[in-house]
Design a protein around this ligand. Structure first.
Ligand SMILES: Cc1cc2nc3c(=O)[nH]c(=O)nc-3n(C[C@H](O)[C@H](O)[C@H](O)COP(=O)(O)OP(=O)(O)OC[C@H]3O[C@@H](n4cnc5c(N)ncnc54)[C@H](O)[C@@H]3O)c2cc1C
Length: 375
């Protein structure tokens, strides 16, 4: 009888963990190597929440993948015995020359996904927590919500730790990867071999694969958690999630669902910084974002920054994911540009299927780049 395929996964963020999970489901033996603990609090995947939503600007290929992403999460909830998700619906806003909401509405119409266009004059009655300064286009879609990211990676790591056929190596930095032989060498000099190696090293990826330096740029991002008056917190805990782009500053707001924090971040990539450097941030860095909050959120003058969080991810020039076969037996898996988490379970399941059933790697790369059915 043929021995089951053996895979090495480098990196224990959502991408590495989900791929290990999916490969084990396909009957593979898996060894995963994580330089820190599992989960790693400095990884992109570690934060209270990450958003999942259908509106995707002009990237309709990714909008089309959202239903599959939800189905993949459902499979994972079954395995984990818990659902780490709260639906909120999605409010999309744009104005001042930015056309993100219009583009999203067009893509959603093209893929037959219903949403409701809203007159700006109706916004205050429908969403009394908002001001309408700078907003020219708005729509609402019932789908979308909050994935409890750090709870997901924690639960998945715990589950994999006891899953037959899976070995998790924590505190083990991989120093080199041989993508032809599926061999890695750790910092301690230990060699490990497999049939396939998947590098899912997040913002650290170019240290292992310097050939990707021009394509995958680490980007330091700062987000703010806010403390707000109790009655406002109660109101905001019912949502919605907001994705807005009005002029230079665009923000996303994650409502404080199920006792989590209220978080706001912007869409601007810093394209700078080193994920291994010390992580500090100041409110001064967020002045444009704070100014936009002031003009968009009613009662914002009573909000206080509770804490700032510095996070890193990799960015590509066109914001599409890079999942590519490299060498005879290697894959790089970098679904990011700040929007990868929602696809974590799906990316893992599909990569495992491609590897095990020897599907065409080029087709997989194109699918992961959101190019299938892009209009
Ligand atoms: C502020 C912010 C907001 C975001 N918002 C959203 C959102 O709303 N919706 C969404 O879908 N996505 C969002 N994202 C993006 C999403 O979080 C990332 O795309 C996703 O978490 C990337 O997962 P990953 O597994 O590739 O990387 P990571 O989680 O960073 O995991 C990589 C792991 O590899 C390990 N590693 C690296 N090098 C080595 C090595 N040599 N040896 C061993 N281990 C190694 C690292 O320690 C790390 O744990 C956001 C990201 C940030 C930072």
């Amino acid at each position: 009888m043929k021995a089951p395929m053996k895979a090495i996964v480098v990196g224990g963020g959502i991408m590495g963990l989900a791929t290990a999970w999916a490969l084990a489901r396909e009957g593979c033996r898996v060894e995963l190597f994580e330089q820190d603990s599992l989960p790693n609090a400095l990884g992109s995947s570690f934060d209270e929440h990450r958003l999942i939503r259908h509106p995707y600007g002009e990237h309709s290929g990714y909008a089309r993948m959202i239903d599959d992403a939800f189905a993949a999460w459902d499979l994972m909830w079954e395995e984990l015995g818990a659902r780490f998700y709260a639906p909120t619906g999605t409010l999309a806003l744009s104005g001042n020359g930015a056309r993100w909401a219009e583009q999203s509405a067009r893509s959603l119409a093209a893929i037959g996904r219903p949403m409701k266009e809203l007159a700006v004059s109706d916004l205050p009655s429908r969403f009394p927590l908002l001001k309408t300064g700078g907003v020219e286009h708005a729509f609402w879609i019932e789908t979308g919500g909050v994935l409890f990211a750090q709870d997901i990676v924690s639960a998945l790591a715990q589950r994999l730790n006891v899953k037959p056929g899976v070995v998790l190596h924590t505190g083990t930095t991989v120093r080199t990867v041989d993508l032809d032989r599926a061999r890695i060498v750790t910092e301690a000099g230990t060699e490990h071999d497999a049939d396939v190696v998947i590098v899912a090293a997040g913002a650290w990826v170019v240290r292992l694969l310097p050939g990707l330096t021009q394509r995958l740029v680490p980007s330091r991002q700062v987000v703010a958690y806010f403390d707000l008056p109790a009655e406002q917190r109660v109101a905001w805990s019912k949502g919605p999630m907001i994705i807005e782009q009005t002029g230079d500053v665009g923000l996303y707001l994650v409502p404080p669902v199920q006792g989590r924090g209220l978080k706001i971040g912007d869409h601007a990539f810093s394209r700078a910084g080193d994920p291994a450097a010390e992580r500090t941030a100041s409110e001064a860095e967020l002045q444009p974002l704070i100014a936009r909050c002031r003009s968009l959120l009613l009662g914002f003058e009573h909000w206080r920054v509770e804490r700032l969080k510095v996070c890193f991810y990799t960015v590509t020039a066109d914001e599409r994911f890079i999942v590519e076969k490299l060498g005879a037996a290697g894959w790089v898996m970098s679904p990011c540009s700040g929007h990868g988490f929602k696809f974590g379970a799906l990316m893992g399941l599909e990569l495992a299927r491609t590897i095990v059933s020897e599907r065409d790697p080029a087709l997989h790369t194109s699918w992961a780049a959101g190019l299938e059915g892009d209009t």
